[in-house]
Design a binder for this molecule. Structure first.
Ligand code: HEC
Ligand code: HEC
Ligand code: HEC
Ligand code: HEC
Ligand code: HEC
Ligand code: HEC
Ligand code: HEC
Ligand code: HEC
Ligand code: HEC
Ligand code: HEC
Length: 319
């Protein structure tokens, strides 16, 4: 056999395979070329008409059971009819994808779809989920950062699976840092909370569904957040250091830093941001000579109790 010809035919086969993969992944639906507003208007109309199928999931599966993704819902909570209030116990597929209407008539009408590429606006998608999940965990969902940024629930959650990957702490940080690249960079710096080994997760400190506190923290303030694990830093101290009781983030970046102890900058500069005009504190460099101000623990060589002191003569945080 002619080697050239053989190569040619392999290339052709590969091309054919590639083309078929391409056409599979861009499988056109009849409403793909319609403007999103038109698709949404049709969905609204269908929803108002409320023509649900008589046989529920069985109807859908006549056409959709070939998809492994679709079938995987039966391995999870949402596909289990024995779980109280599960979609499968009531409207089944249509509890999430909306009433069938004329969708089965040659696939003419669209269904509600989920994810960032869906023509359905995030808030509408999310209202489907919230119709069952509007509980105290998501009391602050409306108007929180993710809601305002049009993030669908399904950018973090999957339901057509046996177990939602994000519910496993080993996966959470990777999912959050797909979007939060600054925090991803920080957690790999010289000092950080043990996020890169999954010993800690973002949701130890944040409620991803929003909270009434700054930065969607679970606790009332930055300091309350820190005290929940670093209880020994909670006062009151005999001699307090004002920036500590004010906000731990005055000196620390909770996601990590190139400096030791997640400090936002290195002493003496850290201290000099505020203590610029105080005599020796702003004048820490004596020529190029190494001295108590710059070497070792810098200012903390003498002012070691930077978080406050309980010593009767610890006014200057020295003991
Ligand atoms: C008569 C066949 C048929 C029936 C019955 C049917 N569908 Fe479909 N469905 C299709 C076709 C065809 C498409 C468009 C091509 C595709 O994405 O598979 C589609 C698309 C979809 C999509 C959108 C997928 C996407 O990627 O955009 C969803 C969601 C969907 N169907 C859900 C359902 C649900 C839920 C039911 C039952 C209430 C149902 N379908 C019943 C044929 C059917
Ligand atoms: C709890 C809500 C919910 C229920 C119930 C549900 N789905 Fe879905 N469906 C989704 C979400 C969300 C997606 C987007 C992918 C994901 O997150 O898993 C999706 C995706 C799909 C897709 C597109 C999948 C693909 O291949 O890309 C089809 C088709 C579909 N669902 C059909 C069904 C059918 C049929 C049923 C019933 C057997 C059903 N769904 C039940 C929420 C639901
Ligand atoms: C018809 C009601 C209903 C709808 C609609 C619904 N869910 Fe659920 N969901 C449930 C029930 C019931 C459970 C199980 C609760 C339990 O075990 O306490 C559950 C559990 C969950 C869980 C935790 C369990 C797990 O690991 O899967 C997540 C996450 C979740 N749903 C997300 C969603 C998302 C995202 C949507 C929208 C795409 C959605 N749900 C729509 C009823 C619903
Ligand atoms: C930014 C990512 C993210 C988004 C967006 C998100 N979640 Fe979650 N969700 C999580 C994480 C992480 C957990 C597990 C940790 C926890 O319980 O806080 C979780 C847990 C859950 C649970 C199970 C435990 C519980 O809190 O009851 C449900 C149900 C749930 N989410 C529903 C939703 C719904 C509904 C939406 C959309 C309105 C949504 N989530 C949006 C990240 C997210
Ligand atoms: C030890 C607790 C803690 C952990 C773990 C944590 N954060 Fe934070 N995060 C905070 C605090 C405290 C703030 C507020 C900082 C401030 O006010 O300067 C914050 C602020 C934020 C902000 C707002 C922007 C900013 O930097 O001020 C984002 C976004 C954020 N965190 C995302 C994440 C993500 C994603 C993860 C997981 C990779 C994570 N956080 C892990 C405590 C934490
Ligand atoms: C699909 C992208 C995406 C994912 C995934 C995501 N976020 Fe966000 N997050 C955003 C956007 C966009 C904002 C709003 C803009 C901003 O403040 O950065 C935001 C805001 C936040 C804020 C509030 C910041 C502030 O300024 O107060 C926190 C905290 C946060 N996210 C934590 C998380 C956590 C924890 C996870 C994982 C459970 C997560 N995010 C997953 C996109 C995402
Ligand atoms: C959920 C528990 C938890 C919370 C909340 C928490 N931390 Fe931590 N923190 C830890 C753990 C665990 C370590 C690692 C201890 C170790 O490595 O031995 C740590 C270590 C540290 C370190 C030392 C890091 C180093 O490189 O030596 C600093 C500084 C710190 N945390 C500051 C904070 C601040 C500031 C806050 C509030 C914004 C905070 N932590 C909130 C658990 C927590
Ligand atoms: C004025 C700056 C400043 C503020 C504000 C501050 N720290 Fe620190 N922190 C430091 C410095 C400097 C270190 C380096 C180690 C040392 O000398 O104590 C440190 C170290 C730490 C450490 C690791 C070593 C240890 O002492 O356990 C933890 C944990 C910590 N800080 C928690 C906190 C918490 C919690 C708050 C808020 C209540 C806070 N810090 C506020 C400057 C500050
Ligand atoms: C965010 C600003 C800020 C930073 C950063 C800061 N301090 Fe302070 N510090 C203050 C304030 C405010 C006081 C209270 C001054 C007063 O009561 O007159 C204070 C008080 C002190 C005192 C007691 C002096 C007195 O007059 O009571 C010492 C010592 C001190 N700081 C050392 C340090 C050291 C060392 C660092 C670096 C690790 C540092 N400070 C970082 C704001 C800061
Ligand atoms: C060699 C020990 C030593 C070092 C290092 C040192 N201090 Fe001091 N500091 C003192 C002593 C002793 C006092 C009290 C006597 C005085 O007023 O000079 C003092 C007083 C202070 C005061 C109270 C106000 C004042 O000036 O009287 C502040 C604020 C202060 N130091 C900040 C700093 C900062 C910031 C650094 C690092 C740049 C630093 N100190 C480094 C020993 C030290």
């Amino acid at each position: 056999m002619d080697i050239g010809l053989k190569f040619k035919s392999i290339t052709q086969v590969m091309l054919a395979v590639m083309l078929s993969i391409l056409s599979l992944s861009t499988l056109a639906t009849p409403w793909d070329d319609k403007p999103p507003e038109e698709v949404v208007a049709t969905l609204d109309k269908k929803f108002a008409e409320g023509k649900y199928s008589a046989k529920g999931a069985d109807t859908c599966l006549m056409c959709h059971k070939k998809s492994a993704t679709v079938m995987a819902i039966f391995d999870g909570v949402h596909g289990n009819p024995n779980i109280k209030d599960s979609p499968m116990a009531d409207l089944q597929c249509e509890a999430c994808h909306g009433p069938l209407g004329n969708h089965n008539k040659g696939g003419k009408e669209p269904m509600i779809t989920f994810g960032q590429n869906s023509p359905v606006p995030a808030q509408k998608q999310n209202s489907v989920c919230m119709s069952c999940h509007n509980d105290d965990q998501r009391i602050a969902w409306k108007g929180n950062h993710h809601d305002n940024a049009d993030i669908p629930c399904s950018s973090c959650h999957q339901v057509h699976v046996a177990k939602d990957p994000i519910s496993d702490k080993a996966n959470e940080v990777a999912i959050c840092t797909q979007c939060h690249t600054q925090q991803k960079a920080d957690m790999h710096k010289r000092s950080s909370h043990p996020l890169q080994w999954q010993q800690m997760v973002c949701s130890d400190c944040h409620n991803p569904h929003g909270s009434l506190n700054d930065a969607s923290l679970k606790q009332m303030s930055v300091n309350e957040n820190c005290y929940s694990c670093h209880a020994e830093k909670r006062g009151p101290k005999l001699w307090e250091h004002a920036p500590v009781t004010d906000n731990c983030a005055n000196c620390h970046n909770p996601h990590g830093s190139v400096n030791e102890s997640m400090l936002i900058s290195k002493p003496p500069q850290l201290c000099q941001q505020c203590h610029a005009s105080d005599g020796h504190s702003s004048n820490a460099y004596f020529g190029n000579q190494t001295n108590a101000f710059t070497s070792g623990n810098s200012c903390m060589n003498c002012h070691g109790q930077v978080h406050g002191s309980n010593h009767p003569s610890g006014k200057l945080l020295q003991r």
